[in-house]
Write a new protein. Structure first.
Length: 335
């Protein structure tokens, strides 16, 4: 079902001006009435105006209301979304590399399980799909830019290591992954020569697989990052490792952190996925992780957005032109 979003929703407040315009219209009619009664020959007025004397001018009022509404919606960046087919996807896999990924409730560790399952995902995916890999904790690191070179991807996965400091910055990970996907269409990639034309590359969907085992502890408000992804037709799928109760691990060898418990924020990850029409997957064991990647690989639909800003502005201009013609013809004011 189509949905509507606004890139600049603050401009929607200008809709409060519409009731003021309606009130002003009828106040102006009263003044027009006072001027009209000074004429003695109302039949002459009717012949000149070709309309009923003291018309309410509802047509002009409706036109002006529509013009203002279209301008406000245009300034607000109105976007209509619908789900359409995509000729497969390009992906960026964003792997949480914070210290909590050392937990061993998934073997050999959460990070090891994440890397192994990502490797299987790469091997079964469409060979024309570009895949990038980033790791993140406090900040994000681009391990490899999107490529179809499987050997380079395997090497990059092997180089993903735990970052011993910082928290889990989900917003920064989404921004970094989105930029990597957008760069596919902005620069010529020699590895895409096997595609017949650039239109095919543009028709591919773009998706982020965000894999984490904890709460976003840095840059907790990821709304700006999600809005950025949504505006660029990028789907964010989330995979939650572990349980809401949390897991204990003792791998840091730091005095006051001999035992640290990490908890999974499933509700937060669900909200992140739903914001871009993505899906959330819970991975409490290795089979869940493999199943999540398998379902993501089989998805062939993507959200498509139509920005109505320019069409709405054009419609407002056309209505203004029609109003100008009416004011100077049918609704001419007699002084």
């Amino acid at each position: 079902m189509p949905a509507v979003t606004f890139n600049n929703p603050q401009y929607l407040w200008f809709f409060v001006a519409l009731p003021v315009l309606i009130i002003g219209h009828f106040i102006a009619l009263k003044f027009t009435h006072k001027k009209a009664v000074k004429f003695a020959n109302f039949e002459a007025i009717a012949r000149v105006t070709h309309s009923h004397i003291l018309s309410k001018n509802y047509g002009l009022l409706l036109s002006r209301l529509l013009v203002i509404a279209f301008v406000i919606l245009s300034a607000s960046g109105t976007v209509v979304w619908y789900i359409g087919q995509a000729s497969n996807f390009d992906f960026v896999i964003a792997i949480d590399a914070s210290t909590s990924m050392l937990a061993k409730d998934l073997q050999p560790t959460r990070l090891g399980a994440a890397k192994d399952s990502a490797l299987n995902f790469i091997e079964v995916l469409d060979k024309k799909a570009n895949i990038g890999i980033i790791s993140f904790a406090t900040t994000s690191v681009v391990e490899i830019e999107p490529t179809i070179n499987t050997l380079k991807l395997k090497e990059a996965l092997g180089n993903v290591n735990i970052k011993r400091t910082g928290g889990t910055n989900l917003g920064d990970a989404i921004i970094t992954a989105s930029n990597q996907l957008l760069n596919i269409g902005r620069k010529q990639n020699p590895e895409l020569e096997q595609l017949e034309n650039n239109d095919k590359a543009e028709s591919r969907g773009k998706a982020i697989i965000l894999l984490t085992d904890g709460q976003g502890t840095i840059g907790e408000d990821a709304n700006a990052a999600l809005k950025y992804a949504q505006q660029n037709n990028i789907v964010v799928h989330t995979i939650g490792l572990g349980t809401e109760e949390g897991s204990i691990f003792a791998e840091l060898n730091i005095t006051n952190l001999a035992a640290l418990k990490t908890k999974l924020d499933e509700e937060g990850l669900k909200k992140i996925a739903s914001y871009t029409d993505g899906r959330y997957f819970s991975a409490k064991q290795l089979s869940d992780l493999s199943s999540a990647y398998g379902e993501i690989a089989s998805i062939t639909e993507k959200p498509n957005g139509i920005n109505l800003s320019i069409p709405l502005m054009v419609m407002a201009f056309i209505l203004l032109l029609i109003e100008w013609l009416l004011v100077n013809t049918k609704y001419t004011t007699i002084p």
